[in-house]
Design a protein around this ligand. Structure first.
Ligand code: PBG
Length: 323
């Protein structure tokens, strides 16, 4: 059948008809909101590189998580800005550090929130790399021990999902093994599996104070042009015991989201990163496009590509828009 018998516009003639024939829907429960936790109490400071996002002390992070829960956003992903940094990132293991404190505060104030924590050393090392150095090289295997210890500190505090983002080899297996060995076999591991070395992390690194002091992250994060290598990374993380796999960034990598979706039956997460957020904010502030439209269209596209879980700074705003 073709025109004039076939008329595609029949499907689009009213809002109701469009809704009935919608292929992709968004729901607040698929959003995860990243939160940046700082020491102290009563702190809620706007982040200069991420306008509209805040540095929060643990008590404020708990308030934020409860408010998100009220909007139907079930999960937060925590990043920490420690008091002190050193070469080995030892403050990442402090049970009184901002992240473990926020985990406890959130679990208490908002028991219905699932707390995810980012496990990586870059916010805790004075050189800003994601692992421990030997000379100028990031040493893989010693870093695994530090990451495993960090995961245990988060689990001990009550984190239900551990999300290693460092891109060391073998980290998912190491973290899974450490968790199981310490009686945390009920905790999930969400692997930042296909994490590319992206300029779109720029605003985050300012927000987290985690820009590398020398060099870049290209010896551990993936080349933006490699999709088959991304599949290998994802397959490995699944073999090592990941409960969910992530693709990052999201919008410039939708082909990879789709390929991972087709390759595995695990849940696929996509991270709409800081640079993606800032691009939309800046374009909207310049009057170049509709902010609400860009937020919903970008999230819909990420969902359409195959993401089950979307980590996005717009989690609260999007929940309000679709609610
Ligand atoms: C830590 C980490 C980064 C992001 C998430 N975890 C920064 C990086 O790898 O440099 C980026 C998130 C964002 O840009 O929103 N390794």
């Amino acid at each position: 059948m073709s025109f004039p018998e076939l008329r595609m516009r029949r499907l689009r003639q009213s809002p109701e008809m469009r809704e009935i024939f919608a292929e992709t829907r968004l729901h607040p429960s698929m959003f995860v909101k990243p939160l940046f936790v700082v020491p102290g109490s009563g702190v809620r400071r706007e982040i200069p590189s991420l306008p509209g996002q805040f540095h929060l002390s643990p008590d404020e992070a708990a308030r934020e998580a409860a408010s998100l829960r009220g909007k139907g956003v079930l999960s937060v992903l925590l990043f920490g800005l420690p008091e002190a940094k050193d070469a080995e990132g030892t403050s990442a293991l402090d049970p009184e550090g901002p992240v473990p404190m926020a985990v406890r505060a959130i679990r208490e104030a908002s028991p219905g929130t699932v707390v995810m924590t980012d496990v990586c050393l870059c916010e805790y090392t004075d050189h800003g790399h994601c692992g421990i150095l030997r000379g100028d090289e990031v040493a893989n295997d010693v870093t695994l021990e530090a990451l495993s210890a960090m995961a245990l500190v988060h689990a001990e505090a009550g984190a239900q999902v551990i999300a290693p983002s460092d891109m060391m080899d073998g980290r998912i297996g190491a973290v899974r093994h450490a968790l199981d060995g310490a009686d945390f076999s009920d905790r999930l591991v969400m692997a930042y599996a296909a994490k590319h070395a992206s300029v779109f992390y720029g605003p985050f690194r300012e927000a987290a104070g985690s820009a590398p002091a020398f060099g870049d992250r290209r010896t551990y994060q993936m080349p933006p042009g490699n999709a088959r290598e991304a599949m290998r990374e994802v397959r490995l993380d699944i073999e090592e015991g990941a409960d969910a796999v992530m693709v990052k960034p999201a919008m410039p990598y939708l082909d990879i989201v789709r390929r991972v979706r087709e390759m595995t039956d695990l849940s696929v997460a996509a991270y709409q990163v800081s640079g993606e957020y800032v691009m939309i904010e800046a374009a909207a502030a310049a009057g170049a496009l509709s902010r609400e439209g860009a937020i919903l269209e970008s999230l819909t596209a990420i969902r359409r590509a195959g993401a089950d879980i979307i980590i996005t700074y717009y989690a609260d705003v999007a929940a309000d828009l679709i609610g």
